[in-house]
Design a protein around this ligand. Structure first.
Ligand code: PMV
Length: 308
């Protein structure tokens, strides 16, 4: 039996603007993971893909071309030049779905890695990331590629579309609370809505995306310097800019406000928005208190992550 896994992620800065060529910063969240396990099946059965948490089972042969599980398996087999094996591949995940935590990218990455290991092969991370990106297009339409990158490299990344990947290290650990609003974030729809507004008012949106890009560059400096106080303020600024591009919601704003009220250094929505998660930067001693305030404000789940 072969097993492989991949972490969740959050976008710290720069979501949406990153689709339009501005930089963004994302970090892995190893506390939540997707795992894929492959076992040999009786001869002639072909490859069966099981999403255990969703009670879903598809055979590679019987699957539709846009089924994401089958699509990543098919792409991987083609890339390796391997015929369909007789095997059963089971996926499980602790990453919330539609929460902006990269569950789709992590599931795909775990599947690629498990199949590669099953055939006794190895693939460099850039090739794994490229295969996962192909399937992200099925989920998202026009993804920037940040999700597959951070999930595959499992390191903080400074990401600019179509540029060489830059991973980097925080100068001091970042203590984050990731609070789920309970409302799903529909990345594809929100990204399409932003595009429609950008097409109507390109100058306004390009200005906002430029401002977000500046915040991202300042944030990278603050992260590398370990300056969490400056970083908190930059998260607040990024949230304001995301509000202006219309991807927040009253409940996300409320969670952000609650986090600040509870003592967070800064807070913002994370990912596509309109639902999904809010992230709050806290000092270690304040984590429990802020978590309590977030729950009281309606957070359905709070994940505490330390980024080092
Ligand atoms: O975190 P998610 O999966 O909701 O990602 C959305 C990030 C966007 O910048 C809004 C879209 C993208 O492809 O980068």
């Amino acid at each position: 039996m072969i097993s492989a896994s991949a972490p969740g992620k959050v976008i710290l800065f720069g979501e949406h603007a990153v689709v339009y060529g501005r930089p963004a910063i994302a970090v892995p969240v190893p506390q939540v993971r997707a795992t894929a396990t492959v076992e040999v099946a009786p001869g002639g059965e072909g490859l069966t893909l099981v999403a255990a948490d969703l009670d879903r089972e598809v055979s590679l042969r019987g699957s539709s071309p846009d089924d994401p599980l089958a699509a990543i398996a098919r792409l991987t087999l083609d890339h390796l030049g391997q015929p369909e094996p007789d095997a059963r591949l089971v996926v499980t995940s602790t990453i919330p779905i539609a929460g902006g935590m990269g569950s789709g990218a992590a599931v795909s990455t775990a599947i690629v890695r498990a199949l590669v290991a099953f055939f006794g092969r190895e693939l460099p991370p850039n090739e794994v990331s490229r295969l996962v990106y192909e399937v992200e297009k099925l989920h998202h339409g026009t993804p920037s590629g940040i999700d597959n990158t951070v999930v595959v490299y499992e390191r903080p990344v400074y990401f600019v579309r179509d540029r060489r990947i830059e991973t980097f290290s925080p100068g001091a650990p970042l203590h984050l609370l990731i609070a789920d609003s309970g409302t799903p974030s529909r990345t594809k729809e929100v990204v399409a809505a932003v595009r429609a507004r950008w097409e109507k008012q390109p100058a306004r949106y390009d200005f906002l995306f430029d401002r977000i890009g500046e915040v991202v560059d300042e944030a990278r400096e603050a992260i590398e310097a370990g300056d969490v106080y400056t970083l908190g303020g930059l998260m607040d600024q990024n949230h304001e800019l995301l509000r202006k591009i219309g991807v927040s919601s009253p409940e996300l704003d409320e969670l952000v406000e609650a986090a600040r009220y509870g003592g967070a250094l800064g807070a913002k929505l994370s990912g596509a928005g309109r639902g999904g998660n809010v992230i709050a930067l806290v000092e270690e001693f304040a984590a429990d208190e802020v978590e309590e305030v977030l729950r009281a404000a309606g957070a359905k789940r709070v994940i505490y992550a330390v980024v080092e």
